[in-house]
Design a protein around this ligand. Structure first.
Ligand code: HEC
Length: 107
């Protein structure tokens, strides 16, 4: 019993990696799809023109960054994500970068 508890503790620690797809489904799915245009642009399109810093900036401060990106209006709400969630969703979006760039999809 004790061994199992220790194993579970260790594995939670090691595998506590946040999944980008989960973050996407929790916060973004209502307005963004991976490849299709929804209310917001598809991740594929975002990944083809933005880098990680731009994506992170947009998630945390869309009011300012949408202007920088050239949008006339800002319809995306700001999100207060934890650092690991921010990293996971940014990686997830960038995994949709069109093929020729050698990126592999993150599950
Ligand atoms: C309420 C709808 C809505 C939700 C929820 C939403 N977005 Fe957006 N998003 C938009 C819209 C609309 C735009 C276009 C710019 C604007 O209107 O602010 C956008 C733009 C963006 C952009 C910049 C697009 C570009 O031109 O590069 C990124 C990056 C982005 N969203 C990421 C996310 C992520 C990540 C989440 C989830 C954490 C999310 N969005 C949740 C509506 C939404």
């Amino acid at each position: 019993m004790k061994k199992i508890a220790i194993f579970l503790t260790i594995s939670t620690f090691v595998f506590a990696d946040v999944n980008g797809k989960d973050v996407f489904e929790t916060y973004c799915w209502g307005c963004h799809h991976q490849t299709a245009v929804a209310f917001g642009p598809p991740f594929e399109q975002i990944a083809s023109k933005r880098d990680a810093n731009q994506i992170r900036a947009m998630i945390t401060d869309p009011k300012t960054v949408s202007k920088v990106f050239g949008y006339k209006r800002n319809a995306m709400p700001a999100f207060k994500l934890k650092e690991d969630e921010l990293q996971a969703i940014t990686r997830y979006i960038l995994s949709y970068k069109p093929k020729d760039t050698n990126q592999t999809k993150v599950k």
